[in-house]
Design a protein around this ligand. Structure first.
Ligand SMILES: [Zn+2]
Length: 461
């Protein structure tokens, strides 16, 4: 039987190693992986000589069409997933926010309405629990049965007053075999530091990092670990940014605790000196950019396996949103960076820091798939998996300019970075959805990803 698509001549990053392999696609799935020249005949062929073939990346931390600070993020599921596709990302998991007093099912229904008909790549949801009412906690198991198998808790806002209720939610998440994701910043420590700065008239953005110091992260990670352990919950810490927090993760693992760690591109490529620049509001995200020493600590944790996942926390704004507020506490947090997830890690990690191709792919595809119940359908080049693939040109030189990016945001935090390596074709379920940085996918072709519950043996599975 004819293949629909053959990708020939590439060096493929597979679970069996980095190998010269031709990959055949039929019916949207990887049908065969063969030594060069040994594939069946195909209707279409992509000549990928000199290219790397990677599994499509999975960004498990996005905020598309999200409401916060009385505004809507600039990217919706259409522009956000188009940017993703242009950058080699073939699946995302977006955070569906519970409303105060609302149900978790309502959050999922609202997020389906945002994504339906718009997404160009596949997408799943996590649910962010903002109101751990008994009714909401009672929904957790049935939500997990619908393929939404991860739940988020923010330790930095509204957490302390209801910490015991949140712990009941931790327990329900654990009992449902789901994953608990935690935003770890200590609410009281941040509150105290912020009040002290504002009280002294220090409203400028240069004061922002001091309002959320590294200790507020390390302390929250330690406490989150203790709470998760007490509730017998596996815990996944999002966007860790500091050496102290990463050391806490290492100690917990050494004790045998089930703990996963994510970091975010900005902590790898930027440091807190950016807050001294004019227009520094654009760099505001939670937690803040850290010192050069912390930046190196995050790289060390990338290299030694402490960090499992790199995810963007894509939360897009225009400069007008970011720079209008009169004090740092009113700047909406986050920035667009979906399109640069893959090439920036390749350039700064693989090229400059000798990160192995295996580790590169683990961080952006395989680990996210395994941890969030998508493996082996997503996250690896194996027969039978969805044909989500990236033909990656390791030599292409690109200077990042926001005007050439596909997010609707009017700036890019990596503006001017010179990058070596960029996706040439992005393929989602066998269909080329972007080619030479130009997206070509139809809005609405993306499908909802029903995910399995967490497998504690995720590394060996
Ligand atoms: Zn986030």
């Amino acid at each position: 039987m004819l293949l629909d698509l053959a990708i020939t001549g590439a060096t493929a990053v597979t679970p069996d190693g980095v190998l010269a392999r031709d990959v055949g696609v039929r019916g949207g799935k990887i049908a065969s992986i063969a030594a060069p020249g040994n594939l069946e005949a195909s209707t279409t062929t992509i000549d990928a000589r000199g290219m790397l073939l990677l599994p499509g990346a999975i960004d498990v931390h996005t905020h598309l069409d999200a409401e916060m600070y009385n505004a809507h993020t600039i990217d919706d599921f259409e522009s956000g997933t188009i940017a993703a596709a242009a950058g080699g990302v073939t699946s995302i998991i977006d955070y569906a926010f519970q409303r105060e007093g609302g149900s978790l099912s309502d959050a999922i229904a609202r997020w389906h309405a945002k994504a339906d008909g718009r997404a160009v790549i596949d997408y799943g949801f996590h649910v962010a629990i903002l109101d751990p009412s008994p009714a909401a906690i009672a929904e957790i198991d049935s939500i997990a049965a619908r393929g939404v198998t991860s739940f988020k808790i923010f330790m930095m806002r509204g957490f302390e007053a209801r910490a015991r209720d949140f712990m009941r939610a931790f327990q329900a998440v654990a009992e449902a075999g789901a994953m608990l994701t935690i935003h770890a910043e200590d609410e009281h420590l941040i509150g105290y530091c912020t009040e002290r700065l504002l009280g002294a008239g220090k409203f400028a953005v240069a004061n922002f990092p001091a309002s959320r110091p590294p200790l507020s992260e390390a302390a929250a990670v330690e406490r989150g670990l203790a709470m998760a352990s007490s509730a017998h919950a596996a815990a996944y810490f999002v966007h860790l940014s500091s050496g102290g927090a990463l050391d806490a993760i290492r100690r917990a693992r050494a004790r045998g605790q089930a703990v996963l760690a994510e970091t975010r591109p900005i902590y790898l490529y930027l440091n807190d000196e950016r807050f001294l620049e004019p227009g520094a509001e654009k760099y505001v995200g939670f937690p803040p950019l850290r010192s050069e020493r912390d930046r190196e600590a995050v790289w060390a944790a990338i290299a030694d396996g402490t960090v499992d996942v790199l995810a963007t926390d894509h939360c897009s704004w225009n400069l007008a949103h970011k720079s209008a507020p009169d004090r740092f506490t009113r700047i909406p947090p986050g920035m667009a960076n979906l399109e640069t997830l893959v090439p920036m890690l390749y350039s700064e990690g693989v090229v400059k820091r000798r990160l192995s191709l295996a580790r590169f792919v683990d961080l952006i595809a395989t680990n996210p798939a395994r941890i969030f119940g998508m493996y082996p359908r997503k996250g690896a080049i194996v027969e039978g998996s969805d044909a989500d693939l990236v033909v990656f040109d390791p030599n292409r030189q690109v200077v990042i300019h926001s005007t050439e990016m596909h997010s609707r945001a009017d700036y890019d935090v990596f503006e001017g970075f010179e990058v070596t390596g960029w996706p040439r074709e992005t393929i989602s379920r066998g269909e080329v959805v972007a080619s030479d940085r130009e997206p070509s996918a139809r809005a609405g072709r993306g499908r909802f990803l029903e995910r399995a519950r967490f497998n504690p043996e995720w590394r060996s599975r």
